[in-house]
Design a binder for this molecule. Structure first.
Ligand code: SF4
Ligand code: SF4
Length: 398
């Protein structure tokens, strides 16, 4: 059984949400684990443009300040997204310049964070180190974002919300999608293969997909040809063909079935194994919980009331505890789960999908079961609620 620390969403002047985050930081032992010179990666998600439910920058800034107070060297990271979303040449989040520009629009800058902000997988999303794993059903090699390999400690600051392929978008998703490069992301979302629709491709007259390929794996005959064995899965060809040429000739088959969560869970194994599981600390912010991931360009109506902050050293236990709390919460009347009772699974309704036999499956349950099977952690947990006594009115009372 793993320990999960919890503090609820109540807030008072002597114990606001940033105080609570600090309390979780201390309870996780981070103030002692971080020594002078310790390089600490704070991994979060900057949100897609149009999404208004992403983590507020103040939470990240607070963690950065705590790391510095402990003597550590913080840096704030995210990884490049695939080519979809809200505008931009490559879809808005696909390259470092696109994503960091959007991060600035959302309030995440080096100045506001007090620490360097970077894409952990480099400019194109292809700066990775490959890590082999055993026991997976789908993954043998994980393309881990390079910045992980140069971290002494990684703090996963995760926004708990829904996810179309995993049910819950929590810590496991942040590890298995959020800290891998494009190749692993592509494999997870659509199996990794890009195909050219020859009827739509404009051929040598166009060729605009070729110079944006970071590994030169597009050749040209009468039509463009992609060598999928060399492809890094960056999706730039697809984005250019779609947003600039407007031919939509580069195609992928987006998947949504029970296998996708298994793939990102297996990716998560490679991420935590890359530098050692003892280097990872997990924090879930269970606030602003909608059915949509922060990669969507919409801040969808919230499913339930804000719940609070969870912390753990176990990535499975923290997601299980977060999921249980969300399922137990009262549904919001204007949300996708209006009409459900407390205790009914929220993300099953919001993200139901069918398995091969046509049965509706519970993606979050499926994800957590596979994470346990892969040995990532325990679904059994002890929830330790932390709080702070209200001080007597006096000099320290605002
Ligand atoms: S950008 Fe699209 S239309 Fe142009 S050559 Fe490449 S695949 Fe064909
Ligand atoms: S073929 Fe397309 S997706 Fe593959 S590496 Fe080249 S630009 Fe990226």
């Amino acid at each position: 059984m793993s320990k999960v620390i919890f503090t609820d969403r109540s807030a008072e002047p002597h114990y606001n949400m940033l105080d609570k985050l600090e309390h979780v930081f201390q309870e996780l032992g981070l103030d002692e684990a971080i020594q002078p010179g310790t390089r600490v990666q704070v991994k979060t998600h900057f949100g897609n443009w149009g999404n208004t439910n992403y983590i507020r920058p103040a939470y990240v800034r607070k963690l950065v300040d705590l790391v510095k107070d402990a003597g550590g060297i913080p840096f704030v990271t995210e990884t490049c997204g695939l080519g979809y979303g809200a505008g931009g040449r490559y879809g808005g989040r696909t390259t470092a310049i696109e994503y960091l520009t959007m991060a600035a629009h959302h309030g995440f800058t080096e100045a506001s964070m007090g620490a360097p902000l970077m894409m952990a997988d480099g400019y194109w999303g292809t700066d990775v180190r490959t890590v082999s794993i055993e026991g997976g059903d789908f993954v043998e090699t994980v393309h881990v974002a390079s910045a992980v390999l140069d971290s002494d400690i990684v703090i996963m600051l995760t926004h708990a919300k829904g996810h179309g392929l995993g049910g819950l978008g929590g810590t496991l998703k942040n590890l298995g999608i959020g800290l891998v490069g494009k190749r692993s992301k592509s494999k997870m979302h659509f199996g990794g293969d890009f195909t050219i629709n020859e009827e739509k491709c404009l051929g040598p007259e166009c060729g605009k997909c070729m110079p944006v390929c970071p590994v030169n794996c597009i050749s040209m005959n009468d039509k463009a040809v992609i060598d999928n064995d060399s492809c890094m899965g960056c999706s730039h060809c697809r984005s250019i063909c779609q947003s600039v040429v407007k031919a939509k000739a580069v195609q992928v088959v987006w998947r949504a079935n029970e296998e996708q969560a298994h793939v990102f869970v297996e990716n998560a194994v490679g991420v935590v194994n890359s530098i050692g599981r003892d280097k990872f600390y997990y924090i879930n912010l269970a606030i602003d919980i909608s059915d949509k991931c922060d990669c969507w360009n919409v801040g969808a109506p919230l499913l339930v009331h804000d719940i609070g902050i969870f912390g753990s050293r176990d990535p499975v236990a923290i997601d299980q505890a977060t999921l249980d709390a969300i399922n137990d919460a009262v549904p919001n009347p204007n949300s996708a789960v209006a009409g459900l009772e407390c205790g009914e699974p929220k993300f099953m309704t919001a993200h139901a999908c069918k398995d091969k036999s046509g049965e509706i499956i519970h993606l979050a349950e499926n994800q957590l079961a596979h994470a346990k099977k892969m040995g990532l952690g325990s679904r059994e947990y002890e929830l330790v609620t932390i709080t702070k006594e209200k001080p007597e009115r006096g000099s320290d009372w605002p």
